[in-house]
Design a protein around this ligand. Structure first.
Ligand SMILES: CC(C)(COP(=O)(O)OP(=O)(O)OC[C@H]1O[C@@H](n2cnc3c(N)ncnc32)[C@H](O)[C@@H]1OP(=O)(O)O)[C@@H](O)C(=O)NCCC(=O)NCCS
Length: 171
């Protein structure tokens, strides 16, 4: 999926989404560490990749100009899991320097499409009650608050807001 012009404010940068592989994990963990998310770490992402879950682990890459020798940088990622027709979004994060360019929305939209393709009828996630930026992203993508978990997060202790979105069934 190529998002040139929509996910990037720099027309020379094209952003594309692909399935995560083991080779992406060092960058994924680096993004996680700088995003204030509950820490999964390399081993947990690796274990998740070994499960039958690969289609629900995505990275967004920024394509570098052809003359550059370096490989395309991962700008963000999303990880979800399917259980009993419910898509559970576990983690989504975008590098600070690539935020507010539509990459988070593109990753979320794509994972919801994947969930639908796998016959999920609803998507769920937990988000820190004080994380209003992430909540705005989720609302933009069709989620709404459906509940709360008291003291769900630690360091710092905080409630979780449970959010859900209904997914249309493919005919
Ligand atoms: C939440 C996060 C993934 C959003 O990624 P992003 O690529 O910046 O998101 P987008 O550019 O697609 O923005 C989507 C919407 O989110 C909201 N939003 C995102 N950043 C915002 C900001 N700095 N100020 C206000 N609204 C913001 C807006 O509603 C925005 O839509 P708009 O641009 O049409 O107004 C990113 O901020 C991040 O990695 N945060 C740290 C990790 C995190 O909190 N993850 C969620 C854990 S549950």
């Amino acid at each position: 999926m190529l998002l040139a012009g929509s996910a990037s404010s720099d027309p020379s940068e094209a952003v594309y989404i692909s399935i995560m592989t083991e080779h992406d994990l060092l960058e994924v963990v680096e993004i996680e560490e700088h995003s204030g998310l509950s820490c999964w770490g390399w081993a947990a992402y690796y274990a998740e990749l070994q499960a039958s879950n690969r289609a629900l682990m995505l990275v967004a890459r920024v394509a570098l100009p052809l003359e550059q020798v370096k490989t395309d940088q991962i700008a963000g990622y999303i990880v979800a899991r399917l259980a009993a027709n419910e898509l559970h979004i576990n983690n989504v994060a975008v590098r600070v320097e690539y935020r507010r360019r539509g990459i988070g929305s593109a990753l979320l939209t794509r994972i919801l499409e994947e969930g639908q393709r796998l016959a999920a009828t609803a998507a769920f996630l937990e988000v820190r009650a004080g994380n209003s930026l992430a909540q705005a992203l989720y609302k933009k993508c069709g989620f709404q608050g459906v509940g709360q978990r008291r003291n769900y997060y630690s360091a710092p202790l905080e409630d979780a807001l449970i959010m859900s979105a209904q997914l249309k069934q493919n005919a």
